[in-house]
Write a protein that binds this ligand. Structure first.
Ligand code: FAD
Length: 509
């Protein structure tokens, strides 16, 4: 029995990474049906397992990691959730696994799709667009993000003001628990189903596939991009943005990308703000709406384009894509994979930052070496309708916008070079400077921008609450701990910021 249990655990570990990595390698391709058949029949044995050598020194280790993911932080040996034993099949075939675990089965009539967790968001968007132009899935901006981790953390995107989070539209899950049972929403119960929609990946078990609801979108939508610098009244425009964008018509979602740069042909720095957005309607309606509510932005037709919804994912998702890029590129992994090597931190703003505070932020940005980026992502709209406890993701009513703070290391060999470390220190000092202007008690953070600076692996609730309540707030964090204790009491599924297990009951905390 013990041997079986151990073999089973190894198998579960392998499946987790097959599901996660299968997306990039035909050798790892596994259909959900085959997984299910395989697990249900308990057909695993030591011979099957022994066909997989687990070794970080394997010659294709680097290529496996490089090709699987676009965030180079994951190739550091010390990284969060990095498997200690990358695996590599020693035989060219891995029967009975034969087809990719990244299919998106779209049903226009029922307005639903089953998406296997190896799929990237771009693949889902493309699959939907092959069947309809008037339905979509309200998910993230970058097409290279995986559906598995994205929905497990909640997931916001260009439709967040109209439809809320991606996880708000999850209808069912195919899930393997630590005992090898394959569960769906009904058999797992509403408690675990709640936890899986925002409690984070890697804490409860393995998700094989999500059933999601699709939402209506117009056949033609409008995208826009308007750049403004400090010399063009940027501070005043951003100040006004904070009041207008979270309260405007929910068909409009705007984000502001802010970075420092040199004024052309000078050595003087300025701040450039890029106001990008998606409007679920035609250009003329958008222009008259912004003319009334946000004339300071001075948006004209020259900065706008009417496109289909799937084209908007191209234009807003990847800087090198335009509306002329074939939409199939969303599903072309070799075309869209690019290194994303950066350190990120997040915050939520609930009260507009005064102009004096904005000027302090710009000044702080001038201290860095122009490798930083702040992305303000507007909330409000549909997000106001959800209680903080509706799902584990609690950053809902009252949030004006989410702040993503990022420093990049693309010009560095790693995130531990002296230059990279200096940038990380700068990011931490920015975090400190922002403290008076962002949410408090707790200072909220987005789980899907994992930040190990917040704390890791705690023995007591008091310790864990320092980071856990920032991601989930108290009520949700305690509920997640109770669910974790029930479904994975031996803490098999864990990483430095997974839901912890304590010796005392959470009700005593
Ligand atoms: C370039 C970029 C753009 C982004 N844009 C957005 C955005 O617009 N909106 C947004 O909300 N977030 C965004 N994010 C954050 C993103 O949601 C997280 O990085 C998310 O964790 C990515 O999921 P993944 O499956 O690609 O990553 P992975 O690293 O594979 O997984 C992340 C976590 O989920 C777990 N997990 C993955 N698959 C499964 C599974 N099948 N079963 C159980 N656990 C699983 C992993 O174990 C891990 O803990 C972005 C990130 C990047 C790098």
């Amino acid at each position: 029995m013990k041997k079986f249990r151990l073999t089973f655990y190894v198998f579960i570990f392998i499946i987790l990474h097959l599901v996660s990595w299968g997306s990039s390698f035909s050798i790892f391709d596994v259909s959900t049906e085959d997984f299910n058949t395989c697990i249900e029949s308990n057909s695993i044995n030591d011979t099957t397992i022994s066909q997989l050598i687990l070794t970080p020194t394997n010659s294709s280790f680097e290529s496996v990691w490089q090709a699987r993911i676009n965030n180079l932080k994951f190739i550091q040996p010390t990284t969060l959730d990095h498997p200690s034993s990358p695996l590599q099949p020693t035989k060219p075939k891995f029967k009975p696994f034969s087809s990719a675990p990244r299919n998106s089965d779209v049903n226009v009539t029922s307005r639903t799709a089953w998406v296997q967790t190896g799929a990237l968001l771009g693949e889902l968007y493309y699959a939907i667009s092959q069947k309809t132009n008037t339905l979509y899935f309200p998910a993230g901006i970058c097409p290279t993000v995986g559906i598995g981790g994205y929905l497990s953390g909640g997931g916001y995107g260009n439709l967040v003001r109209k439809y809320g989070l991606g996880a708000d539209h999850a209808l069912d899950i195919r899930f393997v628990d630590v005992n090898g049972n394959i569960l769906d929403r009904k058999s797992m119960g509403e408690d675990l189903f709640w936890a899986l929609r925002g409690g984070g990946g890697g804490s409860f078990g393995i998700i094989l596939a999500w059933k999601v609801g699709l939402v209506p979108v117009p056949e033609i939508v409008t995208v826009f991009r308007k750049n403004v610098t400090l010399e063009q009244n940027g501070t005043d425009i951003f100040y006004k943005y904070q009041y207008v964008a979270p309260r405007i018509d929910r068909d409009l979602t705007m984000r502001v990308q802010i970075l420092s740069m040199l004024i052309e042909n000078t050595t003087t720095k300025t701040i450039r703000m890029s106001f990008d957005g998606l409007y679920l309607g035609r250009m003329d309606t958008l222009l008259s709406l912004l003319d009334k509510r946000f004339p300071e932005l001075n948006l004209t037709s020259a900065s706008c384009e009417e496109v289909t919804m799937v084209q908007s994912s191209l234009v807003l998702g990847e800087p090198q894509y335009t509306s002329s890029t074939p939409t199939a590129m969303l599903a072309n992994r070799t075309g869209i994979v690019r290194p994303w090597n950066s350190k990120q931190k997040s915050d939520y703003v609930r009260t507009p930052i005064p102009k004096s505070g904005l000027r302090k932020i710009w000044k702080k940005m001038f201290e860095n070496d122009m490798t930083e980026m702040l992305m303000m992502y507007t909330f409000g709209g549909k997000m106001e309708e959800y209680a903080d406890t509706a799902l584990p993701y609690p950053h809902r009513a009252g949030v004006l916008y989410q702040v993503l703070k990022d420093v990049g290391f693309r010009d560095q060999t790693s995130d531990t070079t002296p230059v990279s470390l200096k940038r990380i220190e700068w990011l931490r000092s920015l975090e400190k400077l922002l403290e008076p202007y962002v949410s408090k008690n707790p200072r909220e953070a987005y789980l899907n921008y994992n930040d190990l600076d917040l704390g890791v692996e705690s023995d007591t609730y008091a310790e864990a609450s320092v980071w856990g309540e920032r991601y989930w707030k108290r009520a949700n964090f305690k509920r997640l701990i109770r669910i974790k204790a029930r479904v994975d009491p031996d803490n098999f599924f864990r990483h430095p910021q997974s839901i912890p297990i304590f010796s005392t009951s959470v009700s005593d905390m």
